[in-house]
Design a protein around this ligand. Structure first.
Ligand SMILES: [Ca+2]
Ligand SMILES: [Ca+2]
Length: 263
């Protein structure tokens, strides 16, 4: 390895470490977002890295970043009632733009169900599967046959213009469940109508999403599927970007979304 390459790698490692430390400091000041839970706090870096020994090319979070998010996952079956951090406005969730792909990383799951995760970019009409069986041998409610690795990622790629993104859980979908549960209370089925099934918090470049998978809300612990998403934002677009929106016709979607958020 020549000296230049070595220096570049060293610089990248330093930047990566600084980013991780910055995120950890951010979480340290907001540690009571969720209540720290015990079960998966036992996952060590050795446990974590061992998941990837046979598939080192998988998109993934490094252990420190995963662990930072994992420490704020809610306790199993404890209703999420104390929220000490402003929630992200998921009605404004969109691709952040530029060259960055939207990436989704599995943090944990406290679910008896075998849930599936989907996303949509058209207000929920067409849903695309991201993960088909969200269960893991190392999760809060472990399944020895679970295919997921903690920290495992998937890229959604990038999009055009100002693209809204929705995420949905298909409740017990891997076992044949048919109900999609998401943010928009008007789209949720049956006794979940009027109830949002996702809660979100912003952490630096990431958005942490916690889902409740029981129709009607169940125990409301919102830890049944927990993901961190990178490459998205909930901020309102700048005026200059709005002009682009009109030009591409995406304003139609914005109006539709606005109507939904008023329900
Ligand atoms: Ca749970
Ligand atoms: Ca639950």
């Amino acid at each position: 390895m020549n000296a230049q390459i070595s220096n570049n790698i060293s610089s990248l490692k330093t930047i990566s470490r600084q980013c991780t430390l910055g995120l950890m400091a951010l979480v340290a000041t907001t540690a009571s977002v969720f209540t720290a839970q015990d079960a998966s706090a036992q996952v060590t870096q050795t446990n974590y890295d061992a998941q990837y020994n046979a598939s080192s090319d998988l998109l993934r979070l490094d252990f420190d970043t995963w662990n930072m998010f994992n420490t704020v996952v809610n306790t199993e079956r404890q209703q999420l009632t104390t929220l000490n951090r402003p929630q992200a406005d998921l009605s404004k969730l969109r691709w952040s733009g530029g060259v960055q792909d939207a990436e989704v990383f599995f943090i944990n799951e406290g679910a008896g169900y075998r849930n599936q995760l989907f996303y949509s970019v058209d207000g929920g009409t067409n849903k695309n599967m991201i993960f088909g069986d969200i269960s893991s041998p190392l999760s809060i409610l472990p399944n020895s046959s679970g295919p997921m690795k903690l920290g495992q990622g998937a890229s959604l790629g990038n999009f055009t213009g100002n693209t809204f993104i929705d995420f949905f859980v298909k409740s017990n979908g891997a076992n044949g469940g048919q109900n999609f549960l998401g943010f928009d209370p008007a789209q949720n089925p049956g006794s979940s109508r009027g109830l949002s099934h996702v809660i979100g918090y912003t952490f630096g470049d990431y958005l942490l999403l916690g889902f409740e998978d029981i129709i009607g809300g169940g125990d409301l612990d919102f830890n049944d599927v927990v993901f961190a998403v990178k490459g998205v934002t909930t901020s309102v677009p700048e005026p200059s970007l709005m002009i682009g929106l009109i030009a591409t016709g995406a304003m139609v979607m914005l109006r539709k979304r606005h109507q939904n958020s008023e329900v």
